[in-house]
Design a binder for this molecule. Structure first.
Ligand code: ADP
Ligand code: MG
Length: 255
């Protein structure tokens, strides 16, 4: 007997309100998914045109709030016909499991992960136009549940992040082939921690080989942690061109 989960209907209704939903993926850890998600949020809100909703989907090791300058003690959840996302900046809101579990690691498997995805999407009262989903490394339960829900209501447009290393590029190649074989749209590939023209060249070459759009390369930033928090805004301005063009491409993808 199949049981209808009412959270799926609520989750889909909430997702439908977004003009664009972008899962940020790389099967490899440490390539900068979280850092780039935070940079994009600040970059997309530079013109104060709309709100960006961030969802930290790295449930066992949430870290987006840390890059955004919040610690567990100031992640306060307010309930009002559901739960309100945490206001990070005037136009940036965040939902993270860290607000509920503080600094504990919650061991989750299979069905537990599916439940967290459905619950967070069903009960959060978002107000943004674009949702960025910061994902864990790998390509398993979390990614699959988000994609499953999204495909039915709001075509997801995946942003891939890779460093110029052989292993990160291999991970990019693998996930790209899987996504394309499932007809999931890829917005493009962002290179991160690029130190030279050769580094950028290898990202460009990989995008060409995989026939996906190359969006730009974010340089390696020494003392990146110094920019965590509201200084991300300063970093966005300092990085300039590559971020400006990535932001433009994302805005063009709004339906
Ligand atoms: N462009 C960059 N230059 C320097 N350090 C970076 C850059 N991007 C990310 N980092 C740092 O690299 C580490 C891994 O980044 P993170 O965003 O956590 O990766 P992921 O989410 O893919 O696991 C963090 O310490 C982050 O501050
Ligand atoms: Mg991360």
């Amino acid at each position: 007997m199949s049981v209808v989960d009412p959270r799926i209907t609520a989750a889909k209704r909430n997702l439908e309100k977004f003009s664009l939903v972008i899962p940020v993926f790389s099967p490899k850890g440490g390539v900068g998914k979280t850092f780039i998600t935070a940079l994009m949020a600040y970059s997309l809100t530079l013109d104060n045109e709309f709100t960006i909703s961030l969802l930290d989907a790295d449930f066992t090791n949430p870290s987006l709030h840390i890059v955004l300058g919040l610690d567990e003690s100031n992640l306060k959840i307010e309930e009002e016909m559901g739960i309100k996302p945490i206001r990070v900046a005037p136009e940036i809101e965040l939902m993270t499991l860290a607000a509920f579990v503080k600094d504990l690691t919650v061991p989750l498997r299979g069905n537990d992960i599916v439940n967290v995805v459905r619950e967070l999407l069903a009960i959060t009262r978002w107000s943004g136009k674009i949702m960025l989903i910061d994902s864990p490394p790998g390509f398993s339960d979390t990614h699959l549940e988000f994609l499953r829900l999204l495909i039915e209501v709001k075509e997801p447009k995946v942003l891939l992040v890779s460093t110029p290393t052989t292993l990160a590029l291999k991970a990019t190649e693998r996930i790209t082939k899987t996504l394309l074989s499932e007809n999931i749209k890829i917005l493009g590939l962002i290179g991160n921690m690029c130190l030279s023209n050769d580094d950028e060249g290898s990202i460009v070459q990989k995008a060409q080989q995989l026939t996906i759009p190359y969006l730009g390369c974010i340089p390696y930033i020494s003392n990146a942690e110094k920019f965590y928090g509201t200084s991300m805004l300063e970093l966005v301005k300092k990085i300039g061109t590559p971020l400006i063009s990535i932001t433009k491409i994302i805005k063009e993808a709004i339906e």
